[in-house]
Every structure is written in C-alpha cells, then in structure tokens.
Design a protein around this ligand. Structure first.
Ligand SMILES: NC(=O)C1=CN([C@@H]2O[C@H](COP(=O)(O)OP(=O)(O)OC[C@H]3O[C@@H](n4cnc5c(N)ncnc54)[C@H](O)[C@@H]3O)[C@@H](O)[C@H]2O)C=CC1
Ligand SMILES: O=C(CO)COP(=O)(O)O
Length: 334
C-alpha cells in the first residue's frame, strides 16, 4: 500500500521519519522551514543542520511550499510544539477531507496549555477531527535512521485510524503498537522531557545511579498523577510513551533535554546553553506549561516545580535537590 505522504518539519525527527517512510516505498515529500536547507537537501540528500550523519533515500523529495505539501493522503506534522499552531494553520485549507493526519511532536503549548491534540481539535475541520493519530515513544531520531530496532505507539480515538497509522509506519526495525489513550500518550511524551532535564541536572551535579533511579521513578509518579487528572489511563504511563520514553530520555546521551539539564547542573546559565544549540530541547518550554497546568488543576508535581524554579527563577540546582529530599514524609502511593 504505497501512500503519498508529506512530512511537515525537517528537524531531526521529521527527517528521520520521512526517510523511514521513503525507504519503505511511500512517495514522500519533506517540508522544511528553512528555504536554504531545502535547496541543499535537494542537491546532497543530506540534512546538514539536523541529521548530518545520514544519507537520505533517493525516494525522498523536498519542498518549502507548505500548501502544496499539505495536499497529500497522509500528512505528518513534526515541528517544535510551540510552532504547531502556526504550522497547522497554514496547512488547514489545503488538507484533503480523506487525509490521515499525524502528529509526532512532543510538547504542551505555553499560551493555552494545550497538548497537540487540542490544537488539532481546534483547527481541523469537523470531517478531519477524527482522522488524527499521535505517534510517540522512545525513539532517538539518529537511531531510527540507523535502523536500530525501536518501538512506538500510534494513539487515536478511532482505532481504525490508529491501525492505518500503524500500517503506514511499521517496518521490520520500527514496530508500531496501536493505543486509544490520546491524552495519556501526549502527556507522557511531553512531560518526560521535563523529567529528563531534571535527570540531567542530577548528573551535572555528579549524583549517581541511585539519584537517577529515584528521579525517574518519582518523575513517573508525577506524570501519571497529572495524566489521571486529565483523563488518561494509568497503564499508558507504564508503556512506550510513558516509562519507555522516560527511561530513554533520562539515561541516553543523545537526549537534548538531558544534555541541557547536565549543563544546568554544572552551573551554567540557561540562555548561554540554549544559544549554543541548533536543535530544540522541548522540555524547557514544556516545564512552563506543565507547571501552569498542574497549578490550574491542583495536582502536586514537586520535581516539575523545582525544574521550573531552576529554569525560570535561577534557583541553585543543589538547593532544588535538597528541597525535594526534605519534603513532608508520605506513602509512596499518595
Ligand atoms: N529528535 C528526536 O529524536 C525526536 C524528536 N521528537 C519531537 O519532534 C519534534 C521536532 O523536534 P526535532 O525534529 O528533534 O527538531 P530539531 O531540534 O532537530 O530541529 C528544530 C526544528 O524546528 C524547526 N523550526 C524552528 N523554528 C521554527 C518555526 N518558527 N516554525 C516552524 N519550524 C521551526 C526547524 O526547522 C527544525 O525542523 C519535537 O516536538 C520533539 O520533541 C520526538 C521524538 C524523537
Ligand atoms: O523524544 C525523544 C526521544 O524519544 C528525543 O529526546 P530529546 O528531545 O531529549 O533529544
């Protein structure tokens, strides 16, 4: 089943997924925000900004005309989450009423506290609202591009849509499970980036494996607590988009979020760290959204709160750890 597919967003993940789909035999067009990058990719078949190590499939074409790109059977959106609203808005009038619409971005919008699924619900015409799926899980773009065995979930309210996404993306090295918990999958993918920043902070402070394991486990408890309050299923947080992605991002050296945390833990300033990065660390802005969201719905998220204070109030990371350790004693399950 060959599909005409567009991938909107040529960062490392969009490029890696576009390459996977093209190698699978689909007809794939990759839209990049940067016009000069499109010109270079057309010549070299290398994304020198975001995935430089990988020679891309000859089956892949490139554009920076977003309207044309949106007119395909399958449209996969992978911009940074804070840009999703603008990017999707410029595509809406061009989408086919039969299209399969997928998001692979991980984040919560700052100004509205919306996960990506709420933005899609708000902006898509009625006929397309139920044709959306959300792809998430433990996947570093580079490892997928190198065909290392990986597993993800495709979440949708309508399971026939999740199954369609499963068929479109699944390969012998990229295993796709269906899932019906859209909000759980989205919150897992977004909030694990906040916890990965915190895990990096602990590593930057030279704390060891005990600290990391405690942070991951209590971070998962916060993700689940917030998720349950938002209507997610508990088991999603034990799955690929929950614990799976959390473990990957909190332990993997390829994580941009964890790397930012390490530098903060070493005492460097956020602005200085971000100014040296070409790529995005979604957790920085998702920390702000998660902090506000938790406050709004009155859910306790102590690690997120300390991460917020480190990022936005210049709190000393060592003091943040002290305060987490000295919180009121309680049962593990509360
Ligand atoms: N890189 C990875 O391993 C994975 C990334 N993701 C998610 O995919 C999404 C995209 O991240 P990456 O591909 O890693 O990006 P990246 O960090 O590799 O590249 C940055 C991207 O942002 C785009 N960009 C910058 N300003 C923009 C604007 N104003 N409007 C539209 N696009 C703009 C750039 O063109 C580029 O595509 C994020 O939500 C990320 O969390 C999810 C799974 C894996
Ligand atoms: O989402 C990811 C892996 O699943 C990528 O993590 P980073 O954005 O921290 O690199």
């Amino acid at each position: 089943m060959v599909k005409q597919i567009s991938v909107i967003g040529a960062g490392s993940w969009g490029t890696s997924l576009a390459n996977l789909l093209a190698k699978k035999g689909h007809q794939v067009t990759l839209w990049a925000y940067e016009a000069d990058l499109v010109a270079r990719m057309q010549q070299t078949h290398i994304n020198d900004l975001y995935l430089p190590e990988i020679k891309l499939s000859n089956n892949l074409s490139f554009t920076n005309e977003i309207g044309l790109a949106a007119e395909k059977e399958v449209v996969l959106f992978v911009p940074p989450s804070q840009a999703m609203r603008v990017v999707l808005s410029s595509c809406v009038d061009h989408l086919s009423s039969e299209a399969l619409i997928i998001s692979a971005s991980k984040g919560i919008e700052n100004k509205t506290l919306c996960p990506m699924s709420d933005i899609f619900d708000e902006l898509l015409p009625d006929g397309l609202k139920n044709r959306t799926a959300y792809l998430s899980g433990p996947t570093f773009a580079k490892e997928v591009a190198l065909e290392q065995p990986s597993a993800v979930v495709a979440a949708a309210h309508d399971q026939s849509i999740a199954q369609l996404a499963q068929i479109v993306f699944n390969t012998d090295y990229f295993r796709v499970y269906t899932n019906d918990d859209v909000i759980g999958v989205e919150l897992g993918g977004a909030i694990k980036n906040v916890i990965a920043l915190a895990a990096g902070v602990c590593d930057g402070l030279n704390y060891g494996y005990n600290t990391r394991a405690a942070l991951i486990t209590r971070g998962l408890a916060e993700m689940k607590r917030l998720g349950l309050a938002m209507g997610a299923k508990a088991e999603t947080f034990a799955g690929l988009a929950g614990m799976g992605d959390l473990v990957l991002t909190c332990t993997g050296d390829l994580s941009r979020n964890r790397t930012v945390g390490v530098e903060l833990g070493k005492g460097r300033k956020l602005n200085e760290i971000l100014s040296e990065m070409t790529m995005i660390a979604e957790g920085v802005k998702t920390t702000l959204s998660t902090f506000e969201l938790a406050k709004k719905i009155k859910v306790e998220v102590p690690i997120v709160e300390q991460m917020y204070a480190i990022l936005y109030e210049e709190k000393d990371p060592r003091q943040a750890v002290v305060e987490l350790m000295q919180r009121e004693l309680k049962s593990e399950y509360v």
